[in-house]
Design a binder for this molecule. Structure first.
Ligand SMILES: [Zn+2]
Ligand SMILES: [Zn+2]
Length: 261
């Protein structure tokens, strides 16, 4: 088993450090453990849900220490990032450059709407905002920095009913992923613990099934990760997500090229 999406205590809403995850990974039979905590930002924006910029060296060191401690486990240095033009150079030159991270993943937790940033978790409450989320997401995908897109269907948390707008937004995202050859993530954390009540019934907020049904019509690949926020949850939703991909006839992405070291 492999997992490429994992968080440490540094983001302030997860528990455990890299060695705790490595221990859990060995116990659960993982061969690859990709660490992707919520990125620090040079201006410390949106700080309550991410590591402080001052914690970056210690994060990288913690991964290197775990790599030495667990040589049989492939531990990868990554980060989950919200892309914005002003952060592009930081991601490219500092995270991938100076710190030599193995990969970055795109987590579009905020989107630009009429000159301000709104939450992709809470604020996608009408079609205009859904369109704005889609635009931010696709612009971020086009940055060329990311190895895959975490939970592209995150809009399912606050946009509650499937309709022509969600279908159109999904098709735009899927077309972009196909064009850019960017894998899309079926998120295990969402599968296991993110339910919403809607007028169409209770469902997982994300992964939102109709999005992935549409994905089957595109030449895209998918990756299933747990998005673990606790070492115990390292495998959460992975089996179910893989089953879902299998049932829908989706192709699993191969990310072996990330293991360069
Ligand atoms: Zn998180
Ligand atoms: Zn995450």
């Amino acid at each position: 088993m492999k997992n490429y999406h994992t968080h440490t205590f540094r983001c302030k809403h997860a528990e455990g450090d890299v060695t705790d995850y490595a221990r859990s990974a060995m116990k659960k039979g993982f061969t690859v453990l990709g660490m992707t905590d919520h990125t620090p930002l040079p201006d410390n924006r949106w700080l309550p849900i991410r590591m402080d910029i001052a914690d970056l060296p210690a994060y990288v060191r913690a991964i290197e220490e775990a790599q030495n401690e667990y040589p049989d486990l492939k531990i990868l240095k990554g980060m989950e990032c919200e892309w914005a033009p002003e952060y592009h150079n930081f991601f490219a030159e500092v995270l991938l450059g100076k710190y030599g991270l193995d990969y970055l993943i795109l987590g579009c937790h905020f989107f630009s709407y009429r000159g301000r940033w709104l939450s992709s978790h809470m604020d996608i409450i009408n079609s205009k905002r859904l369109a704005a989320y889609t635009e931010t997401l696709i612009e971020s995908m086009r940055s060329g920095l990311f190895s895959f897109v975490a939970h592209p269907d995150l809009f399912g948390l606050s946009y509650l009913d499937w309709d022509k707008n969600t279908a159109a937004a999904s098709k735009e995202v899927l077309s972009a992923a196909e064009e850019l050859k960017l894998p899309l993530e079926i998120n295990g954390y969402g599968l296991v613990s993110r339910k919403v009540q809607t007028s169409q019934g209770t469902r997982t907020a994300y992964p939102w099934l109709p999005f992935w049904e549409l994905a089957a019509d595109y030449d895209v690949t998918v990756i299933v990760n747990s998005d673990a926020h606790h070492p115990k949850s390292l495998d959460q939703g992975i089996e179910r997500g893989r089953e879902m991909a299998r049932d829908l006839g989706l192709t699993l992405a191969n990310l072996d090229h990330l293991e360069r070291r």
